[in-house]
Design a protein. Structure first.
Length: 247
Protein backbone atom coordinates (compact mmCIF):
# COMPACT_ATOMS: atom_id res chain seq x y z
CA UNK A 1 0.00 0.00 0.00
CA UNK A 2 1.51 3.30 -1.10
CA UNK A 3 0.33 6.33 0.83
CA UNK A 4 0.83 9.88 -0.43
CA UNK A 5 0.03 12.77 1.87
CA UNK A 6 -1.66 15.27 -0.43
CA UNK A 7 -2.75 17.61 2.36
CA UNK A 8 -1.97 17.46 6.08
CA UNK A 9 -3.14 20.88 7.25
CA UNK A 10 -5.87 22.06 9.56
CA UNK A 11 -8.82 24.24 8.53
CA UNK A 12 -6.83 27.44 9.08
CA UNK A 13 -3.91 27.05 6.69
CA UNK A 14 -1.42 26.51 9.55
CA UNK A 15 2.12 26.09 8.29
CA UNK A 16 0.99 26.83 4.74
CA UNK A 17 -0.24 23.27 4.45
CA UNK A 18 -3.00 22.07 2.17
CA UNK A 19 -6.26 20.78 3.61
CA UNK A 20 -6.83 17.13 4.46
CA UNK A 21 -6.42 14.63 1.64
CA UNK A 22 -4.62 11.29 1.50
CA UNK A 23 -4.02 9.34 -1.68
CA UNK A 24 -3.66 5.56 -1.44
CA UNK A 25 -2.57 3.18 -4.18
CA UNK A 26 -2.78 -0.60 -3.98
CA UNK A 27 -2.43 -2.91 -6.98
CA UNK A 28 -5.34 -2.19 -9.32
CA UNK A 29 -6.86 0.57 -7.21
CA UNK A 30 -6.33 4.20 -6.26
CA UNK A 31 -8.48 6.05 -3.76
CA UNK A 32 -8.60 9.19 -1.63
CA UNK A 33 -9.30 9.59 2.05
CA UNK A 34 -10.94 12.99 2.51
CA UNK A 35 -10.97 15.71 -0.08
CA UNK A 36 -10.35 19.17 1.37
CA UNK A 37 -10.80 22.28 -0.77
CA UNK A 38 -7.20 22.10 -2.01
CA UNK A 39 -7.17 18.40 -2.96
CA UNK A 40 -7.06 18.88 -6.72
CA UNK A 41 -4.21 21.42 -6.35
CA UNK A 42 -2.19 19.01 -4.21
CA UNK A 43 -2.79 16.12 -6.59
CA UNK A 44 -1.57 18.15 -9.52
CA UNK A 45 1.55 19.25 -7.61
CA UNK A 46 2.36 15.60 -6.97
CA UNK A 47 1.50 14.29 -10.43
CA UNK A 48 -1.41 12.19 -9.18
CA UNK A 49 -4.13 11.67 -11.78
CA UNK A 50 -7.64 12.33 -10.47
CA UNK A 51 -9.16 10.07 -13.12
CA UNK A 52 -7.38 7.06 -11.64
CA UNK A 53 -9.16 7.59 -8.32
CA UNK A 54 -12.15 5.27 -8.19
CA UNK A 55 -13.39 6.01 -4.68
CA UNK A 56 -13.24 8.93 -2.26
CA UNK A 57 -13.83 8.05 1.39
CA UNK A 58 -15.00 11.08 3.38
CA UNK A 59 -14.64 11.09 7.19
CA UNK A 60 -16.96 13.96 8.11
CA UNK A 61 -18.77 16.91 6.58
CA UNK A 62 -16.51 19.86 7.37
CA UNK A 63 -15.33 21.95 4.44
CA UNK A 64 -11.64 21.18 4.95
CA UNK A 65 -12.47 17.46 4.51
CA UNK A 66 -15.17 17.28 1.83
CA UNK A 67 -15.50 20.57 -0.09
CA UNK A 68 -12.77 19.60 -2.56
CA UNK A 69 -15.32 17.24 -4.10
CA UNK A 70 -16.69 20.32 -5.87
CA UNK A 71 -13.39 21.09 -7.63
CA UNK A 72 -12.76 17.37 -8.18
CA UNK A 73 -16.07 17.20 -10.06
CA UNK A 74 -15.36 20.35 -12.10
CA UNK A 75 -11.92 19.03 -13.04
CA UNK A 76 -13.42 15.66 -14.00
CA UNK A 77 -16.05 17.25 -16.21
CA UNK A 78 -14.28 20.18 -17.83
CA UNK A 79 -10.59 19.21 -17.83
CA UNK A 80 -10.01 15.47 -17.77
CA UNK A 81 -13.41 14.66 -19.32
CA UNK A 82 -13.70 11.66 -17.06
CA UNK A 83 -15.74 8.65 -18.15
CA UNK A 84 -14.95 6.12 -15.42
CA UNK A 85 -17.36 5.81 -12.49
CA UNK A 86 -16.67 7.54 -9.18
CA UNK A 87 -17.94 6.40 -5.80
CA UNK A 88 -18.01 8.72 -2.80
CA UNK A 89 -18.68 7.35 0.68
CA UNK A 90 -19.53 9.48 3.68
CA UNK A 91 -21.90 10.26 6.53
CA UNK A 92 -25.64 10.31 6.10
CA UNK A 93 -26.67 13.35 4.04
CA UNK A 94 -23.39 13.63 2.13
CA UNK A 95 -25.09 13.85 -1.29
CA UNK A 96 -27.26 16.76 -0.16
CA UNK A 97 -24.36 18.60 1.54
CA UNK A 98 -22.25 18.16 -1.59
CA UNK A 99 -25.06 19.49 -3.82
CA UNK A 100 -25.56 22.50 -1.55
CA UNK A 101 -21.83 23.30 -1.55
CA UNK A 102 -21.47 22.78 -5.31
CA UNK A 103 -24.37 25.03 -6.23
CA UNK A 104 -23.32 27.71 -3.74
CA UNK A 105 -19.77 27.84 -5.11
CA UNK A 106 -20.55 27.31 -8.81
CA UNK A 107 -24.27 27.80 -9.46
CA UNK A 108 -25.71 25.22 -11.82
CA UNK A 109 -23.14 22.53 -11.01
CA UNK A 110 -25.71 19.92 -10.04
CA UNK A 111 -27.52 20.41 -13.37
CA UNK A 112 -24.41 19.40 -15.35
CA UNK A 113 -24.91 16.20 -17.34
CA UNK A 114 -21.81 14.22 -16.41
CA UNK A 115 -20.11 11.70 -18.70
CA UNK A 116 -19.46 9.42 -15.73
CA UNK A 117 -21.54 7.77 -13.04
CA UNK A 118 -21.12 9.35 -9.63
CA UNK A 119 -22.70 7.55 -6.71
CA UNK A 120 -22.80 8.35 -3.01
CA UNK A 121 -22.90 5.64 -0.35
CA UNK A 122 -23.72 6.47 3.28
CA UNK A 123 -22.00 4.84 6.24
CA UNK A 124 -23.64 2.82 8.97
CA UNK A 125 -21.65 2.78 12.22
CA UNK A 126 -19.28 -0.21 12.53
CA UNK A 127 -20.73 -1.79 9.40
CA UNK A 128 -18.06 -2.81 6.87
CA UNK A 129 -18.64 -1.58 3.35
CA UNK A 130 -16.80 -2.99 0.36
CA UNK A 131 -16.15 -0.62 -2.54
CA UNK A 132 -14.01 -1.98 -5.34
CA UNK A 133 -11.09 -3.72 -3.65
CA UNK A 134 -11.35 -1.69 -0.46
CA UNK A 135 -13.19 -2.54 2.73
CA UNK A 136 -14.02 0.45 4.91
CA UNK A 137 -15.46 0.26 8.41
CA UNK A 138 -16.62 3.55 9.94
CA UNK A 139 -16.40 4.07 13.70
CA UNK A 140 -18.40 7.01 15.00
CA UNK A 141 -16.31 9.65 16.77
CA UNK A 142 -17.12 13.02 18.39
CA UNK A 143 -16.80 16.19 16.34
CA UNK A 144 -19.90 18.30 15.60
CA UNK A 145 -20.16 18.75 11.84
CA UNK A 146 -23.87 18.54 11.03
CA UNK A 147 -23.76 14.79 10.46
CA UNK A 148 -22.17 11.86 12.28
CA UNK A 149 -18.35 12.01 12.02
CA UNK A 150 -16.29 8.86 11.62
CA UNK A 151 -12.87 7.35 12.00
CA UNK A 152 -12.30 5.12 8.99
CA UNK A 153 -10.62 1.73 9.05
CA UNK A 154 -9.61 0.80 5.51
CA UNK A 155 -8.34 -2.61 4.43
CA UNK A 156 -6.83 -2.89 0.96
CA UNK A 157 -3.94 -4.71 -0.67
CA UNK A 158 -3.46 -6.80 2.47
CA UNK A 159 -2.81 -3.72 4.64
CA UNK A 160 -4.89 -1.84 7.17
CA UNK A 161 -4.89 1.94 7.44
CA UNK A 162 -7.00 3.78 10.00
CA UNK A 163 -7.73 7.50 9.86
CA UNK A 164 -9.17 9.22 12.92
CA UNK A 165 -10.92 11.96 10.97
CA UNK A 166 -11.36 14.99 13.22
CA UNK A 167 -12.39 14.14 16.77
CA UNK A 168 -11.73 14.60 20.43
CA UNK A 169 -10.43 11.39 22.02
CA UNK A 170 -13.06 8.64 22.07
CA UNK A 171 -12.46 4.99 22.93
CA UNK A 172 -13.93 3.97 19.57
CA UNK A 173 -10.53 4.90 18.13
CA UNK A 174 -9.00 1.82 19.76
CA UNK A 175 -11.00 -0.85 17.87
CA UNK A 176 -10.76 1.32 14.74
CA UNK A 177 -6.96 1.24 14.90
CA UNK A 178 -6.58 -2.25 16.35
CA UNK A 179 -3.86 -4.12 14.45
CA UNK A 180 -3.55 -1.37 11.83
CA UNK A 181 -0.34 -0.99 9.88
CA UNK A 182 -0.75 2.77 10.15
CA UNK A 183 -3.01 4.96 12.26
CA UNK A 184 -3.27 8.51 10.97
CA UNK A 185 -4.41 10.58 13.94
CA UNK A 186 -5.40 14.21 14.00
CA UNK A 187 -3.34 16.08 16.58
CA UNK A 188 -4.58 19.63 16.37
CA UNK A 189 -2.71 21.04 19.34
CA UNK A 190 0.21 20.24 21.64
CA UNK A 191 -1.54 21.01 24.90
CA UNK A 192 -5.11 20.43 25.90
CA UNK A 193 -7.42 23.03 24.44
CA UNK A 194 -11.18 23.15 24.76
CA UNK A 195 -12.84 21.87 21.62
CA UNK A 196 -13.53 18.79 19.61
CA UNK A 197 -9.97 17.89 18.60
CA UNK A 198 -7.15 15.77 19.96
CA UNK A 199 -3.86 17.08 21.27
CA UNK A 200 -0.45 15.53 21.82
CA UNK A 201 -1.00 15.07 25.56
CA UNK A 202 -4.08 12.91 25.08
CA UNK A 203 -2.52 10.92 22.25
CA UNK A 204 0.65 10.31 24.28
CA UNK A 205 -1.46 9.09 27.22
CA UNK A 206 -3.30 6.65 24.97
CA UNK A 207 -0.35 5.47 22.88
CA UNK A 208 0.22 2.30 24.96
CA UNK A 209 -3.36 1.24 24.18
CA UNK A 210 -3.21 2.06 20.47
CA UNK A 211 -2.42 -1.22 18.77
CA UNK A 212 -1.11 0.15 15.47
CA UNK A 213 2.37 -0.40 14.07
CA UNK A 214 2.89 3.29 13.39
CA UNK A 215 1.03 6.47 14.30
CA UNK A 216 1.12 9.46 11.96
CA UNK A 217 0.11 12.83 13.37
CA UNK A 218 -1.74 15.26 11.11
CA UNK A 219 -4.06 18.32 11.12
CA UNK A 220 -1.62 20.22 13.35
CA UNK A 221 -2.08 23.85 14.34
CA UNK A 222 0.79 26.35 14.37
CA UNK A 223 1.80 25.63 17.99
CA UNK A 224 1.76 21.86 17.45
CA UNK A 225 3.87 22.22 14.32
CA UNK A 226 6.46 24.24 16.24
CA UNK A 227 6.55 21.92 19.25
CA UNK A 228 6.44 18.67 17.27
CA UNK A 229 10.27 18.64 17.49
CA UNK A 230 9.80 17.73 21.17
CA UNK A 231 8.30 14.34 20.27
CA UNK A 232 10.63 11.36 20.46
CA UNK A 233 8.44 8.25 20.29
CA UNK A 234 9.89 5.97 17.59
CA UNK A 235 6.39 4.78 16.63
CA UNK A 236 5.19 8.31 15.89
CA UNK A 237 5.78 10.05 12.59
CA UNK A 238 4.64 13.45 11.41
CA UNK A 239 2.60 14.00 8.29
CA UNK A 240 3.81 16.58 5.82
CA UNK A 241 2.40 17.48 2.42
CA UNK A 242 4.03 15.39 -0.30
CA UNK A 243 5.24 12.63 2.02
CA UNK A 244 5.13 9.22 0.36
CA UNK A 245 5.34 6.05 2.41
CA UNK A 246 5.03 2.35 1.97
CA UNK A 247 2.49 1.24 4.56
ZN1 LIG B 1 -10.48 19.44 9.86
ZN1 LIG C 1 -13.66 18.88 11.25
Amino acid sequence: MKLTVVGSGDAFGSGGRLQTCYHVAVPGEEFLIDCGATAIIGMQRLGLEPDKVSTIFISHLHGDHFSGLVWFLLHAHYISRRTSPLTITGPVGIAERFATAADALFPGTTAIKLRFDMQFIEYADKTPLVVGGVEVTPFEVRHPSGAPPYALRLVAGGKTLTFSGDTMWVDNLLPAANGADLFIAECFSFDELPGYHMNWQVIARNLPSIDAKRVMLTHMNADMLTRSVELDDPRVILAVDGLIMDV
